[in-house]
Design a protein around this ligand. Sequence first.
Ligand code: ZN
Length: 869
Amino acid sequence: MPRPAFMTDASSAPAIPVTIHRGDYRRPEWQIPDIALDFALGITMTRVTAALSVVRAAPAPAPLLLRGDGLAAAEVRVDGAVWNDWRMEGGDLVIDLGHRDAARIEVDTLIDPSANTQLSGLYASNDMLCTQCEAEGFRRITFHPDRPDVLSRYRVRMTGDKAAFPVLLSNGNRVATGEGAGGTHWALWEDPWPKPSYLFALVAGDLVVNRDRFTTMSGREVELGIWVREGDLERTHHAMAALKHSMRWDEEVYGREYDLDLFNIVAVSDFNMGAMENKGLNIFNTRYILADPDTATDADFDGVEGVVAHEYFHNWSGNRVTCRDWFQLSLKEGFTVYRDQSFSAAMGSPAVKRIEDVRLLRAAQFPEDAGPLAHPIRPDSYQEISNFYTATVYNKGAEVIRMMATLLGAERFRKGTDLYFDRHDGEAATCEDFVCAMEEGGDIDLGQFRRWYEQAGTPKLHLALAQEGRDWFMDVTQTIPATPGQETKAPMMIPLRLAAFAMDGSGALLPERLATLTDAVQRIPLGQFAARPALSVNRGFSAPVIIDLERASGELAWLAAHDDDPFARYEALQQLMLDTLVAAVSGKADDREAVIGAVGQTLEGAVNDPAFVAEAALLPNEAFIGDQMVTVDPDAIRRERLALQMAIGTALENEWRAILARSAPAATDPSPEAKGRRRLRGVALAYLAASGLEDVPGLAFAIFSQADGMTERQAALATLAHGDSDERTHALDIFYQRYRDNPLVLDKWFQVQAWSQRADTVATVAELAQHPDFTLTNPNRVRSLYGAFAGNQAAFHQADGAGYRLLADLVIALDPRNPQTAARMIPPLGRWRRFDEGRQLLMKAELERILAQPGLSRDVTEQASKSLM
Ligand code: ZN
């Protein structure tokens, strides 16, 4: 019997910062057309026998390099015979095959899934076994090149205890099953589609399934399955509906059909990210599958729909056409986010969806693009690729695709995507391949546009109106700030949707047009107006840029009421609020009355379009206000935002009360109208609470207790959590007792407390970290407490640095267990440049304290050291 190879340790490679450069890409020297994997499954010991049929792909006689992470090789067999010409280099296995051009390589590895706390590779979650291989987890299962340009057909045999693992799943189709000795059983799966190793998946566990079916446009019958733990089945219906809608939508909008007879989704509690698009076997974080009105908010429902769609759409944008190397990550992620955004827009309200997408971009991507971790959507180098699953690659990447769609128009964009899919089907492609397909399919020159892939930093457009007689012009100056490694920038090609209106009642207008900016300084004619027109720019947020245009509050209020583009109406009101808040924070005169008037006017639409009104009436969040300032003053921002909230709450008290007086829609009503009304009720309650009216805690508690669903319940709880009423304590207790056994809902209990605007939130978070239900083993729980806390600007940036210390303590405690999730907590500390000197010193000291830890992971080392630069 061959001696098995043993896993050497459970942790990742030591932190020697090796930088990988995009320009160093070389084609693989070996291809692997076929792979057979044999798994003898066990929670604490799984034996993997891998048989790789390798074929030389380059003329030079290079040895075969198989990457490994925490694996040991004891024996290698070539064409059935023991082979001695191999060595270990770091964690990798290098096999010298002499002048052979093809061989069958067999290696055994032994792994301990229960010790895999990184949740990368094969790991245990509850009592089930599952995998996460993107980006480089496959090398933690078996030795393999583990690069996305090596595509193989997989045959996977799994054997395991029948009682522990009644369900055995992998990619593709199940081709055979059988019983084995000692209460075991086995299953053999085959995936006919060649795929890179990062799309491999396996699940073994005691699961139940929600079954359904879908007939594709060409008549293929597809069996659908959503696999969850016993007891969760009733909460999978929304995900199933979303899956079927996604399948139909991709056929109708992109002409893309599903290509297997089976499509399975498995929900897993312990998961580093949202979900994973493994071919035919998507694996999801439970929070993006499980939803019912009692336990999930409308936002949670939307999250499920969006992520189910996202992973499904990857079947074409990601799987059928994959990435050549990880620098091309935005090729699949940017495009797929754009696709899921378009899908969600089509399923609900396009205007509201656009507002939400832009809010997320500004909250997560703009700060990234303005800080030490800024990188182009196609990065030039990395140390740890897991650190590049960023808002820039995903969300700015989606904006870049959206701009191409805008420049081309729907029809030519579709020609471009058809060409892209047809030309690169079955290939590992590059961002450049995508742009070329757009150029050819769309008959357009995107030469300058390519800079969006090369340059980091959010472009800023300084706009000024100019007049020559009756002719009006818009003068545009484009600047792009310096970012790490990119001191100077060249002007970008920017599609800017704009319109202009006469506010004088003359009715003169410039109907919407698309201006394509190409120069650093450019003049755009607007037409003839008797007086200065009201300018509506970047309508629909046609480009991910910052607009710097001086507009009087009267002009913004007029646009907030009259602009014919709902997104532009929203923007005008946000800008008005922002101007007022920034003035107040800087001790200048502010125009509170204009804001109150404009919000009051907007509320007149509350009955017809409650969803839009709810979005528009929300004040910009504290971090976004800070982004407008040279030095962020978290305390002044908190104070002035609360003051404005109070003023609006008080002045429009009757309107808010009227909104709450109308009966709430049934929680089981998922229509956009009902969702909008619930959202607006939450906003109304928050404004009343901010106004400090005496009866509000009682009102909030009544809503909390009588709510028939989680949207209203959580909104009321979050409102109470900001205050110090007895109702607050009472509601938190009730909520905890009721949902302590539901992890996803318990996450909300942690979250609302970490979001609280109370002065003692840092202490509360420190206390919650010691709560028996808090654990570092579950990424959702970690994010619900610390992720929410780091987003609570005034609390996290408490002047004494206690918030920074808390987060750094977490990073230090979490890194040995789960470096990927630990590294994701570092960016908030990296924003130090934006704060006063006292806070700067405190933040940098925490980053240095993290870096001084012995044995730090590559993930955390990269993020912390770059954050200090
Ligand atoms: Zn994705």
